[in-house]
Design a protein around this ligand. Structure first.
Ligand code: BYC
Length: 323
């Protein structure tokens, strides 16, 4: 049965919109050259560009520890992880280009401070245990979110997620390993691991976005199969998975009110401080200014690389036209 046209997309040709929504209902994948409603395209650009920016800004809190990693092995795996995040950003920017936007425009929005990126990367990495907590919790949350996005209706985004999730799994394992070794170490090391969990727990839950009732984009994203599960459903799944992992490495989730509901099989958790969340999203978190300054500086320092690449491309094009 063809679903009724979305009330949010009434400016589109109703016949085409109905055909499009029927394709989504049949579980078909939408590809770049297929017809799509303008709002579907815009939602994808919004979400994918925020995601790509998050990958790039997400390199910063971890890069902070590359020179201070406690061993060569740890340094190598952290460097590989940070490099992977750059790759993820690039796949997703490529994905946005299939929707007719230029990645330079998206980069300029990030540098101008008008684009969003994940709130989680505006917190500082104070100790080595934070690198463990980021891998375990932040990549763990990303896997829960992105495993669902790997089934998204837009082909280029979904396919990028398949590869990204494989790499995120490695990231999560290295983070969990760091946390488990610290937790089983000296009392000081255990305390360092617990302190990192205490500071990263609530921001990790915020990664999934506001409650469903306060999420203006969710209805449209779910209707068009971009999201397969809501913010609250994914957050709950992450909590359910993580409680047992914390117990296994003898760490305590900083939520004394948490309890298991036998009927729903969910770990119920306390209220999230949404004022804190919105403050960080709006640019006033502990590291927002520092992160943007670092991106701007990296962009300015890379100017000569872009100029050299451009000159090389022009030289190559001249040679080809002369041949
Ligand atoms: N931080 O209507 P809602 C990574 C914004 S990278 C900041 O629920 P939506 C990793 C939201 O954008 C992690 N802003 O939005 C990298 C919207 O504002 P606009 C990033 C947030 O899109 C390196 C408004 O609040 N992952 O994994 O339905 C190392 C209302 O929200 C946040 C992705 O980007 C937030 N946490 O749902 C390690 C995944 N939450 O745009 C790991 C793809 C909400 O209307 N994105 N906002 O002005 C998504 O799955 C969804 O976009 C979200 C939000 C669940 C994040």
């Amino acid at each position: 049965m063809t679903p009724a046209p979305s009330p949010t997309a009434t400016t589109e040709d109703p016949k085409r919109l109905a055909e499009f929504e029927a394709r989504i209902a049949r579980g078909e994948t939408i590809e770049p050259k297929d017809w799509m409603p303008e709002k579907y395209r815009r939602q994808l650009v919004r979400m994918m560009s925020q995601h790509a920016h998050s990958e790039l800004v997400g390199m910063l809190p971890e890069a902070n520890w590359i020179t201070r990693a406690p061993s060569l092995r740890r340094k190598m795996s952290l460097m590989a992880k940070v490099q992977d995040e750059a790759g993820h950003g690039l796949y997703i920017y490529c994905g946005t280009e299939t929707l007719g936007v230029d990645r330079h425009d998206l980069t300029n929005q990030l540098l101008a401070g008008t684009a969003k990126y994940s709130s989680i990367f505006n917190y500082p990495t104070l100790t080595w245990a934070d690198i463990g907590a980021v891998g375990w919790l932040v990549d763990g949350a990303a896997i829960v979110n992105q495993t669902m996005l790997a089934k998204a209706s837009y082909g280029p985004y979904a396919r990028a997620m398949v590869r990204i999730c494989k790499e995120e799994n490695f990231h999560k394992r290295q983070g969990f390993e760091i946390m488990s070794i610290l937790s089983a170490g000296t009392p000081e090391q255990h305390a360092m691991a617990q302190d990192a969990l205490d500071r990263w727990w609530w921001p990790s839950l915020m990664m999934f976005g506001p409650h469903d009732k306060d999420s203006p984009n969710s209805d449209e994203l779910l209707r068009w199969g971009i999201k397969k599960k809501s913010n609250d459903e994914l957050r709950q799944r992450f909590v359910n998975l993580t409680v047992g992992q914390a117990k296994a490495i003898n760490l305590t989730i900083p939520d004394p009110g948490m309890k298991f509901n036998e009927a729903t099989k969910n770990w119920e958790f306390s209220d999230i401080n949404w004022d804190d969340f919105w403050r960080v999203v709006k640019g006033d978190g502990p590291c927002n200014r520092e992160r943007l300054a670092a991106r701007r500086s990296a962009h300015a320092n890379g100017e000569w690389v872009r100029a050299a690449a451009e000159a090389h491309a022009q030289k190559h094009a001249r040679k080809e036209s002369a041949a």
